[in-house]
Design a protein around this ligand. Sequence first.
Ligand SMILES: *Cc1c(COP(=O)(O)O)cnc(C)c1O
Length: 397
Amino acid sequence: MDKPAICGGKPIRGTKIFYGHQYIDDADIQAVVEVLKSDYLTCGPKIEELEKKLCAVTGAKYAVVCSNGTAALHMACQAAGIGAGDEMITTPITFAASANCALYCGAKPVFADINEETYNIDPAHVESLTTEKTKAVVAVDYTGQSVELDRLLAHCRKHNLVLIEDGAHVIGTSYNGKKNGSIADMTTLSFHPVKTVTGGEGGAVLTNSEEYYQKLLLYRSHGITKNPAKMEHEPDGPWYYEQVALGMNYRMTDMQAALIISQLDKLPLFMKRRKEIVKAYDEAFSKLPQLFVQKEIPQSDTTRHLYILRIIPEKLKIDRKQFFEALAAENICCQVHYIPVYYFPYYEKLGYQKGLCPKAEKLYEEEISLPLYYAMTDQDVDDVIQAVTKIVEYFKR
Ligand SMILES: *Cc1c(COP(=O)(O)O)cnc(C)c1O
């Protein structure tokens, strides 16, 4: 039996591979250069072009692009009217921003546990946590798999809650044949470099609601309007503009927008390759009883942003940390998504305690995010599979 590198064996590969990496081609570079040579670096024509393209790609009626996914979540919560004294239900297995957006608005994040097989927020727990104070649900399409939108939407309609989908992972995924982004009240996207499509930084809110759309436009840019129809005072000159709400500067630059437009041309390729890699991983790992393969709901046609390797600790002599280190020794550099949000000291000081969501906490003890990105070669994918298999075989009980 081959010895793992962590026990003195030969690493599976000589160069490091990381869990995510952007793919930038000449067309992307050219698109950004063209903007730099043009008249507009921000608030120019690329913004609207990208918004139209996002609508075409997702089927949403309106898109408002912004500086990043966190800004998108903040604006969506503002547009939903979330404020002091309100509660917002979300999952702990997410990036902190999905919960922080409630705090930005003075509201309280309430954490619902996950489904232990799909790892997405459990609608039954959302239902049982709903009170008169609940205003919105921020449901994260974790790893790119759609949340159970039918059930969540039905619940939100019944209790007059706003359903915000944190779709930072979801671009390319459909639910019951419709693209995510065209279903929930609002869906936020992120274009951070580890996400499927990147602008360096960037975000967007998608919605079918004209009312939310108008609010989002205001919040993106200081709450200032130049449209006389929306003003409260008579303009006193052609320069006149008016601040009618408290907004932020969450605008995206035209360089970012041009890069994202160019990246979106490659989305079908990105989707295809990610699906191939996930299939290869699933096939290999489902043969190893020491591992648990993430379950998919049949409604979701998923483009995965993350691939979660989940170990079954009772069947191995090593724990997740040792497994992670063993992979690193093979030059497979992974990450863990995510530390339950309420573990963080900031949340501890707000009074959140461990034990809140046992299934989420168990997932955190057992998960590792493996490399998954468009530019991975077949050899890269095979190296990851060989490394995982070698470690499992060596340390299995
Ligand atoms: C990346 C991410 C965000 C934040 O997006 P940024 O563009 O980095 O601000 C929010 N939620 C989830 C689930 C994410 O993965």
